[in-house]
Write a protein that binds this ligand. Structure first.
Ligand SMILES: [Zn+2]
Length: 285
């Protein structure tokens, strides 16, 4: 296919899917609620990556920022492409580099029409890129921004549930709704998060043979609190490990969840996409 032809067929696909997106539900439509398309592993072939996702039934992708610069790029992507939405935030691993001015600018970016969430934010006590108190302060500030802007928050938590859960409890009156992405905790952590009104999202690790506990959690938590994601270019599903992950692979996560829940992929797509549309309500504005 020539470039022009490929672009034309992409444009048609996007038009059909975006029409279908908030009004009709009779086709499989998956949402990748967490992708990092601004990562340098994506670049010249981004249009093809998005077209491959559409071929797998992906109707929308949330491109998640991890710094001021990447948040601005996410908005730029989403402005150019009807399938993409943006989330603006600063990853906990970048907390020490973030200035007060970065926070102010992220707050302003939240008003852009294609921005549907605040994040990535949260706590990461696994890597040692930023002091815990600095991460906690930034996380609280971004939670306040999300609450003020009435946007959901996309949270990251790695080896930090003991810090994250009390912090969310403490912030509760001043806390937005949101999702804990790429959930990797224990069942008690999932129950606590869900008990506070949040959702969890599941990605490639659900398919890893060693992740028996995560599959048990995926079987047990209320299906209306589960979202799907890839976290691409990271964490490719089993069978794609060692390669760059991409949004098309959210279909493999849906398939794994369908097997665990005794549901069809179409049912999983309908329920999880409905969950995502409810949480990220600005997608349907
Ligand atoms: Zn992420």
């Amino acid at each position: 296919m020539t470039n022009t032809k490929a672009q034309m067929s992409n444009a048609i696909t996007y038009k059909v899917l975006s029409f279908e997106f908030c009004h009709l539900n009779f086709l499989i439509m998956l949402i990748d609620t967490h992708a990092h398309l601004t990562d340098k592993k994506f670049g010249p072939d981004l249009e093809e990556v998005i077209a491959r996702a559409a071929e797998q039934g992906v109707g929308a992708i949330i491109d998640v920022g991890d710094s001021l610069v990447s948040s601005m790029q996410c908005i730029e992507h989403a402005t150019r492409n009807a399938m993409l939405f943006a989330s603006v935030g600063i990853h906990p691993n970048n907390a020490e580099q973030a200035s007060a001015d970065d926070l102010r600018r992220i707050t302003d970016l939240a008003d852009a029409p294609r921005v549907v969430a605040i994040g990535e934010t949260g706590l990461d006590f696994y890597r040692h890129h930023a002091r815990h108190d600095v991460q906690e302060e930034l996380f609280k500030n971004l939670l306040r921004v999300a609450a003020r802007k009435r946007l959901p928050v996309i949270m990251h938590c790695r080896d930090a549930y003991k810090g994250l859960l009390p912090l969310l409890g403490e912030m509760r009156g001043d806390c937005p709704n949101g999702v804990l992405h790429c959930f990797s905790g224990e069942i008690s952590d999932a129950e606590a998060i869900i008990g506070m009104g949040f959702s969890i999202s599941l990605g490639g690790p659900l398919t890893y043979p060693g992740n028996v506990g995560l599959r048990e959690i995926a079987r047990r938590v209320p299906i209306e609190r589960i979202l799907l994601e890839t976290d691409c270019p990271y964490l490719p599903p089993q069978g794609k490990r060692g390669k760059r992950n991409e949004p098309a692979n959210v279909a493999l996560v849906a398939e794994a969840l369908a097997g665990l829940r005794g549901m069809t992929v179409a049912e999983i797509a309908e329920v999880t996409s409905g969950n995502a549309k409810r949480l990220f309500g600005k997608m349907c504005d």
